[in-house]
Design a protein around this ligand. Structure first.
Ligand SMILES: Nc1nc2c(ncn2[C@@H]2O[C@H](COP(=O)(O)OP(=O)(O)OP(=O)(O)O)[C@@H](O)[C@H]2O)c(=O)[nH]1
Ligand SMILES: [Mg+2]
Length: 329
């Protein structure tokens, strides 16, 4: 796998995908060697052309003779099969290239959910020596944050008609990405979309990095070279300012926190599911025999062995306030 052997890599990712204990061992062993891949998170609403754009970007990157990994994270929707099939078709031209590794991935078997699976898969591709790794995930709001939160550069893809995303950006529900592509440039409303996005971003004058917006047509490669130049521009911005290390430190802290939280939640759900006494507490709340916070306290005591008097001080949490970033903004 370290030598970039495709079959070994494929097997490693399968272990990750299945939440196999061997994957855990594997990542633990290679972790000290990771950190050289540059990770680009690609997100946006369904069908905007994320996979098509990645395929086009991979062409750019291969022309620079760099190796690439692509993982599409599938939040296990009923559309999984279709999505997998779609990705396969859109990325076919790269399937025979030994320097390109492409994989769509589900996340069954992961106590820590999507964040955990994504993180592990990225680390595997990183250890295998990929220069650039793309993580694709569908999203219009917050749930994808934990998946692409690990990215060095976040690319948001929109198309004419992505009004919900515009609203989410405006309302501050969606974090401002580093680069935005307005894809399907061939669509008559593309320019309008571009202007809408532009007007939202001008509201935010505080930022040191102004997210560039690029009009693209993934299927003809139009604007794609420019888009890649913008991603590289963001990378240079991080590198020059010594910001990349800082960003990675924050991202990793947030991921660790996200995975730990997800595991705690899974643990809690399972405990309640399997413990008649805990389930009875919930019934008592419903019958108004027990108030909600007393039930919470009893559950916490029993499941996490937290002392009943435990009180959180305001502002407690991670040293940086990360993991609360959506609240503090
Ligand atoms: N007209 C036009 N169609 C495009 C363009 N880019 C992608 N498409 C088409 O849009 C459809 C969806 O493209 P995908 O690349 O699968 O989009 P996606 O965002 O990865 O979709 P999901 O992963 O299913 O959310 C496909 O039929 C593409 O051929 C473009 O620039 N112009
Ligand atoms: Mg896709």
């Amino acid at each position: 796998m370290r030598e970039g052997d495709r079959r070994a890599l494929a097997r490693a990712i399968t272990l990750v995908e299945n939440g196999d204990p061997l994957a855990y061992e594997l990542v633990r062993e290679v972790y000290p060697e990771t950190g050289s891949a540059y990770v680009v998170g690609v997100t946006g609403p369904p069908g905007v052309g994320k996979s098509s754009l990645i395929a086009a970007l991979v062409r750019q990157i291969r022309a620079q003779d760099k190796s690439v990994g692509v993982i599409s994270i599938d939040p296990s929707s009923p559309f999984t099969q279709g999505a997998l099939l779609g990705d396969r078709i859109r990325l076919t031209e790269h399937f025979l290239d030994p320097e390109v590794f492409i994989r769509s991935m589900g996340t069954r078997g992961h106590l820590g959910g999507l964040a955990e699976a994504t993180l592990q898969a990225l680390l595997v591709l990183d250890a295998a020596g990929k220069d650039i790794v793309f993580v694709e995930t569908v999203g219009t709001g917050q749930s994808e944050v934990e998946v692409i939160g690990i990215a060095d550069t976040v690319l948001l893809v929109l198309m004419p008609g992505s009004g919900d995303s515009i609203q989410a950006l405006k309302a501050g529900i969606m974090e401002i990405p580093d680069v935005i592509a307005v894809n399907k440039k061939d669509h008559p409303a593309a320019k309008t979309m571009l202007n809408e996005v532009r007007s939202i971003l001008t509201l935010d004058k505080e930022r040191a990095w102004k997210p560039p917006i690029v009009l693209t047509e993934a299927v003809t490669d139009e604007g794609v070279a420019d888009l890649w130049a913008k991603v590289e521009g963001h990378r240079a911005f991080l590198d020059d300012g010594g910001l990349l290390d800082e960003r990675r430190r924050k991202n990793l802290a947030r991921e660790v926190f996200a995975v730990a939280s997800a595991r705690a939640k899974t643990h809690l759900e399972r405990a309640v599911e399997h413990d008649p006494e805990l389930r009875r507490l919930l019934d008592e709340v419903q019958q108004r025999e027990l108030d909600p916070l007393t039930a919470v306290r009893e559950i916490m005591e029993k499941v996490f062995h937290l002392p009943s008097g435990a009180r959180l001080q305001p502002g407690s949490g991670l040293p940086d306030g990360d993991g609360n970033s959506t609240h503090t903004r």
